[in-house]
Design a protein around this ligand. Sequence first.
Ligand SMILES: NC(=O)c1ccc[n+]([C@@H]2O[C@H](COP(=O)([O-])OP(=O)(O)OC[C@H]3O[C@@H](n4cnc5c(N)ncnc54)[C@H](O)[C@@H]3O)[C@@H](O)[C@H]2O)c1
Length: 255
Amino acid sequence: MSRRYPELADKVAIVTGAGQGIGRAIALAAAREGMRVTVNDINPTTAAATGEAIQAMDGQAHVHVGDVSQEADVARMVEETVARWGRVDLLVNNAGIEPVASILEMSPELWDQVMAVNLRSVFLCTQAAARVMRTQGSGVIVNISSIAGKAIPLPFRSAYAASKAGIVGFTKEAARELAAYGIRVNAVCPGVIVTPMTAKARQDPAMMEKWMREIPLRRLGEPEEVAALVLFLASDDAKYITGQAYHVDGGKVMV
Ligand SMILES: NC(=O)c1ccc[n+]([C@@H]2O[C@H](COP(=O)([O-])OP(=O)(O)OC[C@H]3O[C@@H](n4cnc5c(N)ncnc54)[C@H](O)[C@@H]3O)[C@@H](O)[C@H]2O)c1
């Protein structure tokens, strides 16, 4: 299979939450470009499956089972990657959770959990990877936010929307701060993508009907379509792009 970005071959990527959905698609797309990929997930079974899929296409994968909201797990993820391959060229902060709870009923513990998994993790992983990238003088970080963090808050997902908006703010700050070390940082804001996260909502005909009305391209997105934007941002074609947050959502949000 031909590679779109030959400059990515043999470079090293870390993709969090890569056991399924968008993260898996990103990990496979990176491996297709010849990147060596650390596949992180909290779920050992799905993480191993993504690692096997990469090896089945003659790619190189390192499976890291860990919780990205935990400092020690994140440190181990980056240390193992550097011990194995000597560098980190791309970090994709993709792991996330989207619990449904009203503001009136939500426990503070649930709020904290969403912030830890969706936002604290982005800080922890960025810090650990950027320390390696700084010594290299180069690196790319792509944070997976959401249209919920930009313009379209979803009902009963206040913690999710706040965490995803936080990612956009963090992305801009990180882009400014880390540019001095040759590190670019961007965010990607997917719309409604066909993954396990949206499986329940996709079974609701009223929800599907609403989405089809709201999405100009009249369909949901595929994980590979998010991965394509991530790989573009990782490539040299995007070498003058930093501090941005791009929608990939069929036109649902136009700002
Ligand atoms: N699917 C969509 O429509 C959509 C839309 C906008 C944004 N997003 C974002 O894209 C990212 C991926 O979404 P998805 O749809 O593939 O979700 P998903 O639920 O299908 O997959 C998320 C993966 O993250 C892993 N994960 C969860 N907590 C973790 C932790 N603490 N440490 C490590 N791994 C952890 C899960 O095990 C799972 O494999 C998320 O950040 C999500 O918020 C998704």
